[in-house]
Structures are given as structure tokens and as C-alpha cells.
Design a protein around this ligand. Structure first.
Ligand SMILES: NC(=O)c1ccc[n+]([C@@H]2O[C@H](COP(=O)([O-])OP(=O)(O)OC[C@H]3O[C@@H](n4cnc5c(N)ncnc54)[C@H](O)[C@@H]3O)[C@@H](O)[C@H]2O)c1
Length: 350
């Protein structure tokens, strides 16, 4: 039975990926700081939770590990800009460190889930294949590119390294993110009947369902090494290359209430399309489109098992954690709020 070390396992993609790996018979070592809570991963006989910081990975974390899926990251542009040093340290340095340790430990495969945001924005007529020049415009995108450059040269005949440039992800996951385009539009439409959309709606964005991108990561553990080693693959599909205007109409139509699209902002000319032929040639295909994600999110909102909270907006949650750390640091005494350690009995016994 093969063991997979998943870093960032408590995140949006991780909490979907881990149960899929378990269902396919893998043993999983799920490593995370668990900023969003470890309870999002249900206990399982083949699941081991490791609470650790990816910047402090050590050889023992790789003991008995066959494959690594290195999801860990500060995972979006606004958080990357606010926490730049941490973003470079986690998204770039810790992942290169992870790949090096994995190689030294005899791990067979290392998968780096990167991002299509590396392509930045491109002229109208360009469709980016993997060999297209990158144009990383943010700290988050630059850190991902540096990670790619750090891990790919480690590939050799015994250590298979694969980079997956994922489109923007959508759909329900236990660690829910409403700061992702389709998820956020779905929430807005369902909650208020108004779907905010940036002008002029002709911008192209590639998307991929969370279970599809997780499936692509598992696919890379099983594909013949010779056809993937040392290579980059875009993850998404033509059917999920959306223009935002028509996408908003489709989301509005899939939400069970009257929804009006509300335009805002000046015309946004940032637009990019991505080619997915390379991964499809290997035999991996996205199974879902936007409406599948909208339907499952709406079903969870309707039955009350999902709601918007600070935790579902990555940047807000990290800011909340920092705010509370400061407050608690100021009021706590001897590591507690109300309970005081009994100094008298200690002094008496000493
Ligand atoms: N969600 C998307 O649309 C998308 C698109 C393209 C690429 N990606 C990439 O996929 C990966 C996962 O994204 P996600 O949406 O699941 O993000 P997420 O923010 O939901 O998950 C990241 C996880 O990493 C953990 N983490 C952060 N810093 C850590 C540290 N120093 N040590 C240990 N754990 C730490 C967090 O607790 C969290 O559980 C990221 O690398 C992201 O850049 C995501």
C-alpha cells in the first residue's frame, strides 16, 4: 500500500484530495498547520495527521513515503501581497526544501500544484500552452514560478517531478473558499439575488472543479513516469475556459431564485486563455463544468450545512488570526485567561 504525504492537506483542495486518496486505497500523511481546523479531515484508519509547519520539514516526515503532493501555500493574490515574506518562504522555499528532502528520502514522485496565474494577462488572441512565456504579476504568482524553477531540476530517473498549473478552482470542499470566482458569484447570487460582475464581461478566465484538479494530482501518481517526469501540465479544460459575462449568466440561471447581474468597475482588459491539450493527451479529462459546482454549493447553502464565514475568505481569516493572537498575547497571564496556576502549592512543595 503506497503512502502519500500531502502538505497543506487541511486546505480547500487538500480536504477534497485526502478523502479521494483514501478511497483509492492510499495511506495518507496529512501535514498542515491546520489554520482552518484539523476537524475538516474525518478520521480514517489509513490517515495520519501531522501538525507541522512546512518551513520546518525534517527527514522523519518522509519516512515510508512513496509520493508527495505539495499543496502548502499562502493561496491567493491579496494574502500574498499582505504577507510577502511568508509567501516566498512557504510557497517557494519550503516547497523546494520539501522536494529536496523527498528526493533524499527515496520518495518516488513529487507533484507541485502550481497555478495558471503564472501566465498573468495576455493579448486577446493568445492561448497559453505550457511552453508559453510566463508573466507572473503578483507575489503569489512569482513565488509559484520560483517553486517550479526550484523543483523541476531535481527530476531524474529515480525521482519523478511534475508541475501542475491549475486553473482557478471552484466547487464545494470541506474547507470552503468563497474568495474564488465561481464560488463567490454563486454565494452572492443565492444570498442577495445580485451577482456583482466586473465590466465588460468579455475577459477570459480558465477554471477547474476541485474534484477534477484533485483527480489530476492522483492521476500523476499513476501515469507512466516517462511521459510526465520533469514536465509542466496545465490543469483545466476548454469547456472551462470562460468569459466572465456569459459565465455570470450561466451561474445566475443555475441558482434557484431571480438573479440580476450588477455591473461594476471600469472595463477590465485583463484576460487569458489556457490550452489543456497536453494533459488531455495523457488521458486525463475534466469531468465537470461551472453548473456542477454551482448546484452542489447551492444545495449545501439551502440545507444549512454551508454558510459564509470569515474562515471561508482566506485573507480575512489570516487577518482575524493575527488580530486575535495580538489580543490574546496582551491579556493572557502564565498562558491562561482565567485559570491561574497555583504558585503557592508549587512554592510549598519546592
Ligand atoms: N484554489 C485555487 O483556485 C488554486 C488555483 C491554482 C493553484 N492553487 C494552489 O493549490 C494549492 C492549494 O490551494 P488551496 O486553495 O487548497 O489553498 P488553502 O489556503 O485552502 O490551503 C492551504 C493550506 O496550507 C496550510 N498552510 C499554510 N501555510 C502553512 C505552513 N507554513 N505550514 C503548514 N501548513 C500551512 C493552511 O493551513 C491551509 O490548510 C496552493 O499551492 C495554491 O497556490 C490553488
Amino acid at each position: 500500500m503506497e503512502r502519500v504525504l500531502v502538505t497543506g492537506a487541511g486546505g480547500y483542495i487538500g480536504t477534497t484530495l485526502v478523502p479521494m486518496l483514501l478511497a483509492q486505497g492510499y495511506q495518507v500523511r496529512a501535514l498542515d498547520r491546520f489554520f482552518f481546523g484539523a476537524e475538516l479531515l474525518a478520521p480514517h484508519a489509513r490517515l495520519e495527521l501531522v501538525k507541522a509547519d512546512s518551513r520546518r520539514l525534517e527527514a522523519h516526515h518522509f519516512k515510508g513515503v512513496d509520493h508527495v503532493i505539495d499543496l502548502v501555500a499562502i493561496s491567493n493574490d491579496p494574502s500574498g501581497e499582505l504577507f510577502q515574506d511568508a509567501t516566498y518562504a512557504i510557497n517557494h522555499e519550503s516547497r523546494v526544501h520539501c522536494a529536496r528532502l523527498a528526493k533524499m528520502a527515496g520518495v518516488k514522485r513529487y507533484v507541485l500544484p502550481s497555478s495558471c496565474s503564472l501566465y498573468g494577462f495576455q493579448p486577446e488572441d493568445v492561448i497559453c500552452a505550457e511552453d508559453h512565456a510566463t508573466n507572473p504579476l503578483t507575489t503569489y504568482a512569482r513565488a509559484n514560478e520560483m517553486a517550479e524553477h526550484g523543483v523541476l531540476p531535481l527530476a531524474d530517473e529515480r525521482f519523478c517531478v511534475v508541475v501542475l498549473r491549475q486553473a482557478t478552482v471552484y466547487g464545494y470542499s470541506p474547507r470552503m473558499r468563497f474568495d474564488l470566482a465561481i464560488n463567490g458569484m454563486t454565494l452572492g447570487a443565492w444570498q442577495t439575488g445580485t451577482l456583482p460582475l466586473m465590466r465588460d464581461g468579455t475577459q477570459w478566465r480558465p477554471m477547474v472543479h476541485v474534484r477534477d484538479t484533485a483527480a489530476a494530482q492522483i492521476f500523476m501518481l499513476e501515469a507512466p513516469a516517462a511521459s510526465i517526469n520533469g514536465q509542466i501540465f496545465n490543469v483545466g479544460s476548454d469547456a472551462n475556459n470562460y468569459q466572465l459575462g456569459p459565465l455570470a449568466e450561466r451561474i445566475a440561471a443555475a441558482v434557484p431564485r431571480d438573479v440580476a447581474v450588477e455591473w461594476y468597475g471600469a472595463a477590465d482588459h485583463r484576460s487569458y486563455r489556457v490550452a489543456f491539450a497536453k494533459i488531455e493527451k495523457l488521458g486525463w479529462h475534466a469531468q465537470r463544468v461551472a453548473e456542477d459546482g454551482v448546484a452542489e454549493i447551492v444545495a449545501k447553502l439551502v440545507d444549512g450545512s454551508l454558510e459564509k464565514s470569515t474562515k471561508t475568505i482566506t485573507l480575512d481569516w489570516y487577518q482575524e488570526l493575527i488580530k486575535w493572537q495580538r489580543i490574546i498575547h496582551e491579556v493572557e497571564l502564565d498562558g491562561t485567561i482565567f485559570d491561574l496556576p497555583d504558585h503557592r502549592s508549587k512554592a510549598a512543595s519546592g
